[in-house]
Design a protein around this ligand. Structure first.
Ligand code: TXE
Length: 495
């Protein structure tokens, strides 16, 4: 199938290479797509460059750009069930979860349509009547958008919607494992009248086309969501041309429970925090940090309920969660758990892939590792699977307890998200201030809104998506000084 979309045409890869996409729930092939190589990446860059330098999109009035984004959202509402089905076939995630993703994606397109239209620029009052001084925004240029496999179309929407709203052109490189909804989006943009060359799609391996895309002097910006190691290499390859870089690189997120928390809500949300989407969520609450006095009560109940979680494929209505994305990723999670046990963690449940009818898919059960501490690799490295580590804190005064909890919560080279559970509002606010993570939930876990910024501190990344900053990532700021009564500067001698 011709799955590369370059300069307004669907094409096979120049090499003729293809890749089979398999559903992780069954191991069966769901589609065969073109596998892009360097020549295809160069063709896509050239199309996006020409469309930016001489095409109509960058200067299309903002209301028209916003209207196109709204039409994409409407279309997604209309085709919600089918697009969610494609997403579930690629990722193995439950169809009901993909449906929720579709609603989030439509909201993201509408958010950036509204935001772009409300942007006004700024006028500076210089106090000089003949001078007009104003600050305006312009598109950055040609953007390379590289997305992962866990929320394929959602992560794409976080990048494509603001990039288009701001008037940029782009090359989208979705994960090689999950290309189908990116293809749907390109078709939708084409049919809604986006000019040729503005949106380009290269499906294929990041190792193969990534460096071509990120090193090119014709590319002005790279926005990447994915793993830390890949993020570091993208940043290095973008450095040669000093292009703008936006990175979202995951996290190892602390979920802190104090003894004065609403215990039912805290325990229930601790399960959702880590086991939603089998832990393949950048903000997963993978580190449970619990006050020592309630450790047994909390952990025993989490273990009891984790054992009840039923694994199954996208269309199994009795399933509570799905498989991991691939056999390769499953092997990585298995290795992570084996290392944790070597380091002294205590396995309370899970830890072994299921057999029977689930053996054909890449399933891994909810796993709880107790008695962990900061000396262990499992507490610091991202497993990106359904694996919860448990650490405890204590103190003889309130201050000591908060100091200990904050120190453990911040003992990570990541800084994406975290939560604190307590019925003491003052403590909640103090902890929220002390925890160095881009999102803090108080007495909740996971919700987000497109109006609020999303992104990480420390090695979780650079920049923010969503909110207002999520549009500004894709804009240059320009100061225009207009002297309406030109006069000589009279600085240097004339004779
Ligand atoms: O991600 P990669 P992988 C984390 C998670 C996971 C680990 C590795 O811990 O176990 O990353 O996962 C493209 N130049 N996250 O290997 O490699 C690739 O084709 C340019 C967290 O799947 O980061 C895909 O499109 N691009 C994360 C995208 O990068 C390159 C979500 C992500 O793949 C490239 C996913 C290169 N050299 C994994 N190499 C999150 N933040 O949510 C690969 N790619």
């Amino acid at each position: 199938m011709s799955s590369l979309y370059i300069n307004g045409s669907w094409k096979p890869a120049a090499s003729g290479n293809t890749r089979d996409i398999t559903c992780p729930a069954t191991g069966e092939t769901v589609i065969t797509v073109s596998e892009a190589g360097k020549d295809d990446a160069l063709a896509a860059i050239s199309a996006a460059r020409t469309a930016f330098d001489s095409g109509p999109w960058p200067t299309t009035p903002t209301p028209e750009r916003a209207a196109l984004l709204r039409r994409i959202a409407d279309r997604l509402d209309a085709e919600r069930d089918e697009v969610a089905r494609l997403e579930s076939l690629d990722t193995g995630k439950r169809h009901v979860e993909s449906l929720i993703d579709m609603d989030d994606i439509a909201s993201v397109f509408r958010h950036f349509a509204d935001l772009a239209q409300s942007e006004a620029g700024r006028v500076i009052d210089t106090g000089m009547p003949t001078i007009s001084s104003r600050v305006v925004t312009e598109p950055v240029g040609v953007c390379v958008l590289i997305t992962p496999w866990n929320f394929p179309l959602l992560q794409t929407a976080w990048k494509v919607a603001p990039a288009l709203a701001a008037g940029n052109t782009f090359i989208l490189k979705p994960s090689e494992l999950t290309p189908q909804t990116a293809m749907w989006l390109m078709k939708a943009l084409e049919e809604e009248g986006l000019p040729a060359g503005v949106a380009n799609l290269v499906t294929g391996s990041g190792a193969e086309v990534g460096p071509t895309l990120t090193e090119s002097a014709d590319v002005d910006m790279v926005s990447f969501t994915g793993g830390l190691v890949t993020g570091r290499s993208i940043m290095a390859s973008a450095a040669g041309t000093v292009k703008r870089v936006a990175l979202e690189l995951g996290g190892k997120n602390p979920n802190v429970i104090f003894a004065d928390a609403n215990m039912e809500a805290a325990i229930d949300n601790a399960l959702t925090a880590i086991f939603l989407d089998s832990g393949q969520v950048c903000s997963a609450g993978a580190r449970l940090i619990v006050e020592e006095s309630i450790h047994d009560e909390v952990v025993d109940e989490i273990v009891r309920r984790a054992k009840l979680i039923r694994l199954g494929g996208p269309f199994d209505e009795k399933a509570n969660t799905g498989p991991l994305i691939s056999e390769e990723h499953l092997a990585k999670v298995e290795k992570y758990v084996a290392e944790a046990l070597e380091d002294g963690a205590k396995l309370r449940c899970g830890g072994e892939r299921p057999g029977g009818e689930l053996a054909a898919g890449s399933y891994y059960p909810p796993t709880v590792l107790d008695e962990c501490d900061g000396s262990m690799r499992c507490v610091h490295d991202e497993s990106f699977g359904p694996v919860l580590t448990v650490e405890t804190f204590s103190g003889s005064t309130d201050d000591e307890k908060e100091d200990a909890a904050a120190r453990i919560a911040n003992d990570t080279y990541y800084g994406l998200a975290g939560a604190v559970w307590t019925e003491n509002a003052g403590r909640a606010e103090r902890m929220a201030k002390r925890m160095r993570h881009g999102t803090i939930w108080i007495n909740d876990y996971h919700p987000y809104v497109p109006q609020a910024e999303w992104g990480g501190m420390k090695q979780s990344g650079i920049g923010r998506e969503l909110g207002e900053a999520g549009l500004h990532e894709y804009q240059e700021t320009k100061h225009i000084w207009h002297n309406t009564a030109p006069a000589e500067a009279d600085w240097f001698p004339k004779n």
